[in-house]
Write a protein that binds this ligand. Structure first.
Ligand code: KG4
Ligand code: ZN
Length: 343
């Protein structure tokens, strides 16, 4: 079967076509993303009404492109993200998909964006359960217990900013642009020494729960930044060292909390997902930390391109929802949808 998917929950207009083979393996036939990054860069974050307008403009073009790249196959199902995300953006994708479903007389299925991020991991490999999923994106930071596909329990989450949001906000303080994650990691990679001895707090690192807090980190960066002279703030040394410390702080907290959860729940695998999971240093240090523990836990990492928002992951999640239920009637946007909620 072939699935056409549409994803417009935030600032990327995405469409993809995947094939589900007889043996239940997935093949991505196309996966197109139209990024609005440049448009939102001047606001240092996503501007919802602007994002909605861009989705409306881009959707017909992107869907056509996805179908063309897939060589215009016969589609059997349409999958669309219904939440969580920015409500006006979600509705744009849903309304577009509903119109298309009506015109083509194809069935349509809603998808939870968070579940789609997690299922980016099953595109090219078989998941091992039980698993602990760490979802780290611009909007979410959650630790989720996954017993099987479709069965999730949130064990912990951020009490304030998401990890990606922390990268974005601290990059804004350092006047590095948006989105912050890739820029901070690039600057951090250039850092060679620790002349300035910047040390940021690792929030909630030693607490017994599985929650996170990143807003204090942003405040600590702001204090340090304000303390410096204008010349020092702009210096390569400062930007590189501060970026390295921001990245390392976030990595330390994410790894320590996830490994603790994995141990407490005696899971067989750890599944990473979301935009921040594209971070090379996080990926590398996660592997090292697991090896250092001599643990048999398997680490599942999606391809870097499948970490950030895309519609191939939505198509895969759509497939599993379709397996569960065939007649999805009223699809509505739910900006605050949780992974444990019914769609
Ligand atoms: O999953 P995603 O594309 O969108 C949401 O659902 O939020 O994640 C976007 C977030 C942004 O905050 C961005 O700064 C972060 O992921 N990000 C990264 C990297 N690439 C994207 N953070 C750290 N390192 C990266 N390489
Ligand atoms: Zn996302």
């Amino acid at each position: 079967m072939k699935i056409l998917a549409i994803e417009t929950s935030c600032d990327d207009t995405c469409s993809a076509v995947i094939e589900v083979k007889q043996n239940k393996e997935f093949r991505i036939l196309s996966n197109t993303v139209s990024s609005q990054v440049k448009l939102h860069a001047k606001y240092g974050g996503v501007f919802p009404s602007l994002a909605k307008r861009e989705h409306q403009k881009n959707l017909p073009i992107i869907v056509k492109k996805a179908l063309k790249e897939a060589k215009n196959p016969k589609i059997n199902l349409i999958a669309v993200t219904s939440g969580p995300g920015l409500e006006p953006c979600l509705w744009t994708g849903i309304n577009f998909s509903k119109d298309l479903a009506k015109k083509t007389e194809l069935p349509i299925v809603p998808v939870n964006h968070i579940e789609a991020h997690i299922l980016a991991n099953v595109i090219d490999k078989k998941p091992v359960f039980p698993a602990v999923c760490l979802i780290v994106s611009g909007g979410h930071t959650q630790i989720i217990l996954m017993k099987k596909i479709g069965k999730y329990k949130i064990l912990g989450e951020t009490r304030d900013d998401a990890a990606g949001e922390c990268f974005d906000k601290t990059a804004r303080i350092l006047e590095l642009g948006y989105p912050g994650g890739p820029i901070i990691s690039e600057k951090a990679a250039e850092s060679k020494n620790k002349k300035l001895q910047i040390i940021l707090p690792r929030p909630m690192l030693h607490q017994k729960n599985y929650d996170f807090s990143f807003s204090g980190l942003k405040t600590a960066v702001l204090y340090d930044f304000k303390k410096r002279s204008k010349k020092e703030r702009k210096s390569k040394q400062y930007i590189q060292e501060m970026s390295a410390e921001i990245q390392q702080t976030i990595i330390d907290v994410l790894i320590k909390k996830t490994l603790k959860t994995a141990k407490d729940y005696r899971v067989k695998s750890i599944i990473l997902s979301g935009g921040v999971a594209a971070n090379k240093e996080l990926r590398k240090q996660f592997l090292t930390a697991i090896n250092n523990q001599h643990s048999k836990i398997i680490l599942s990492l999606p391809d870097e391109k499948l970490c950030t928002d895309n519609a191939a992951m939505v198509a895969v999640a759509g497939y599993f929802n379709w397996q569960k239920k065939k007649n999805w009637k009223e699809i509505e946007a739910n900006a605050n949808l949780r992974i444990s909620d019914e769609l």
